[in-house]
Design a protein around this ligand. Structure first.
Ligand code: ZN
Length: 313
């Protein structure tokens, strides 16, 4: 019986590393800097070194490590092949093999970071008990991850679950960083909410305290919507309609039991969940409409939990 596992969440500026027992209990976590120089060629060996140091410090043999899971900010297919990670400088390669080779042959499993965070919520967070679920992360962008039968759906080139780029917001003039202008992310991310609020202030005379604020945030807009502010509510409508459509599309495709909502914007809490759920109920195909709306629980640790789950599940 192996006793330990590691979960690694590689980001553009830091790599978060979690040290777990094989029950999935987090024993320790820390971060190292992500070195993106020379196309990120030292990232994996830096992580391997950090894990090695931890083993030495705890006087643990590598033979007691069940495996190392890694979340990557780019598409990863089910064979462990990374299909380019632009912000790390990585091209196409098998990360599972590469890491395992650089780390004494200890098994390694990898996934896209948003998908891995979804797995984390299923493993130890808000999605516990729902083996068919969708996670939606509302942050600077919109991320997504689909879990079916308790496993990540990665797709042919690792792009499954990218609901931020679902074409559910037609008629936008902004261009998404993917090149399209109808993406969910354009209206449902924190950035999108602020942009829509500014647009609404410019295009209407509706009075709102937002007009007197200097740097408005998505939180300001949602907080005002909670008080019944008309303009803020109109922005929430745009966001909620697009999000409800996207979730309904996923429901029709995979018929999940639950949707777990996370990311900075989700701090708006029950108000936001209820708002989206009400809109979802109106547009979903009824037989697929019995979906629980749940708040994510793991915050920024979702990635390391999910990465550990890749090798413990
Ligand atoms: Zn897009």
């Amino acid at each position: 019986m192996k006793k330990y596992a590691f979960g690694v969440d590689i980001g553009g500026t830091t790599c978060k590393i979690g040290f777990f027992d094989t029950n999935g209990t987090l024993l320790d976590k820390w971060e190292i800097k992500t070195n993106t120089e020379n196309n990120g060629e030292s990232i994996l060996s830096d992580v391997a070194k950090a894990v090695d140091n931890k083993l030495a410090q705890e006087a643990i043999s590598k033979d007691d490590v069940q495996g190392i899971g890694i979340g990557v900010p780019g598409p990863v297919d089910s064979q462990g092949v990374v299909h380019r990670c632009v912000n790390l400088g990585w091209g196409v390669f098998n990360i599972e093999r590469a890491f395992s080779d650089s780390f004494h042959g200890v098994p390694c499993k990898a996934g896209n970071d948003a998908n891995v965070a979804a797995l984390g919520e299923y493993f130890k967070g808000g999605g516990r008990g729902y083996s068919d679920m969708l996670m939606v992360t509302l942050g600077t962008g919109v991320g997504g991850g689909v879990i079916l039968d308790g496993r990540i759906v990665a797709g042919a080139t690792g792009g499954a679950g990218e609901i931020g780029h679902m074409p559910v917001a037609p008629g936008n003039t902004e261009v998404c960083n993917c090149g399209k202008s109808d993406c969910l992310e354009l209206v449902a991310s924190a950035t999108g909410i602020v942009r829509e609020a500014k647009k609404a202030m410019k295009n209407t005379d509706i009075p709102t305290p937002l007009r007197d604020m200097v740097d408005i945030t998505a939180k300001d807009v949602i907080d005002l919507a909670k008080t019944g502010d008309k303009l803020a509510l109109s922005v929430m409508d745009i966001m909620g309609d697009a999000l409800a459509r996207a979730i309904a599309n996923v429901a029709c495709t995979v018929n999940m039991e639950a949707v777990v909502i996370g990311g900075g914007v989700s701090k708006a809490g029950a108000f936001l969940l209820d708002f989206i759920e009400e809109k979802f109920k109106k547009v979903v195909f009824r037989p697929c409409g019995n979906v629980k709306f749940i708040m994510a629980e793991l915050g920024n640790d979702g990635g390391i939990y999910g990465a550990a789950a890749l090798v413990l599940g």
